[in-house]
Design a protein around this ligand. Structure first.
Ligand code: PGA
Length: 236
C-alpha cells in the first residue's frame, strides 16, 4: 500500500487527479470506477481544468459509479447520477452512453444488481477505482455488516451514513434510507485502487481500516489485501 499524506484539500485533489489522468493517458479506453461525496469534487474540478486546457481526452473512457440512492431518479438533484453529470460528465468529452451509475428506480432490483455486475464484467473489470471512505468505514455503500457483500446489492443505510449525508439534503428525513451499491468483489478486482480521505474526522477510521484487523465491521479494511492501492489523506 502506498500512503501519501498531503497538506491540504487542494493538494489531495491535484494528486488524485494526477493519478486519474495518468491512467487515462496510458490507456485512453480505460474503465474508471468513480465515486460521489464531497471528497472527490476537487479531483473532478481539477480534471475538468486539465480537459479544458486540452491535456486529457475522455472520449474513449468508460466510467462505472459505485452507488445510487434507492427511490431517486437520475434527474433528482440529490441523486448520484445528477451529481456525476453536474460535477463532472457535463464538463468533459466523455460519451454519456459510456457512463454507468446504478439505477435507483427499478421494478426488480435483483435483476438490476445482477445486470450491473454483468456489465462491469463485460468491460473486463475496472482499471482504476476511486474511493472515498465513510466515517463508519463504508466504501461505496458497503456498510458495516457481519459479512463482506460480494455483489452489487441493495443496502439499508446506517444512521451514521444518513446523518453524514444529511448535509446535502434540507432535513435528515429526506435522506433515502436505502441504496444500491457495487459489492466488494468488483471493487477488489479493480486493477488499481485510489482511496481519498479528507479531514481530521476521517483519521480514526482510516487508521482502523488500513492498519487494524480485516473485518466486515469495517468494509474498507478488506482493501488491505489489494495489491495496488494508493491512499491519499489530508488532515485539513
Ligand atoms: P464524503 O463521503 O466524501 O462526502 O466524506 C465519503 C463516503 O461516504 O464514501
Amino acid at each position: 500500500m502506498k500512503f501519501i499524506k498531503v497538506n491540504n484539500y487542494e493538494e489531495l485533489s491535484r494528486t488524485a487527479a494526477n493519478f486519474i489522468s495518468a491512467q487515462v493517458i496510458v490507456k485512453p479506453n480505460c474503465v474508471l470506477g468513480l465515486a460521489t461525496g464531497s471528497t472527490p469534487i476537487g479531483t473532478y474540478k481539477q480534471l475538468i481544468k486539465w480537459y479544458q486546457k486540452g491535456d486529457i481526452d475522455f472520449s474513449n473512457v468508460i466510467s462505472i459509479n459505485l452507488d445510487e440512492y434507492i427511490g431517486l431518479k437520475g434527474d433528482n438533484e440529490q441523486s448520484y447520477r445528477y451529481f456525476m453529470n453536474t460535477n463532472f460528465f457535463n464538463h468533459i468529452n466523455i460519451s454519456k452512453d459510456n457512463t454507468f451509475v446504478p439505477s435507483g428506480i427499478s421494478e426488480d432490483f435483483d435483476k438490476e444488481c445482477e445486470e450491473y455486475d454483468k456489465m462491469i464484467k463485460s468491460f473486463g473489470g475496472i482499471d482504476l477505482q476511486l474511493l472515498g471512505i465513510g466515517v463508519d468505514g463504508h466504501i461505496g455503500f458497503n456498510e458495516p455488516s457481519d459479512v463482506f457483500e460480494k455483489n452489487t446489492h441493495v443496502v439499508t443505510l446506517h444512521k451514521s451514513t444518513i446523518d453524514a449525508n444529511s448535509r446535502f439534503f434540507s432535513s435528515p428525513e429526506e435522506v433515502p434510507t436505502k441504496a444500491i451499491t457495487m459489492g466488494m468483489t468488483s471493487i477488489m478486482q479493480a486493477k488499481k485502487i485510489l482511496l481519498i480521505a479528507n479531514g481530521k474526522n476521517k483519521e480514526e477510521i482510516l487508521n482502523k481500516a488500513l492498519f487494524g484487523p480485516i473485518t466486515p465491521k469495517i468494509p474498507a479494511s478488506l482493501l488491505q489485501l489489494h495489491s495496488d492501492i494508493t491512499v491519499i489523506y489530508s488532515e485539513e
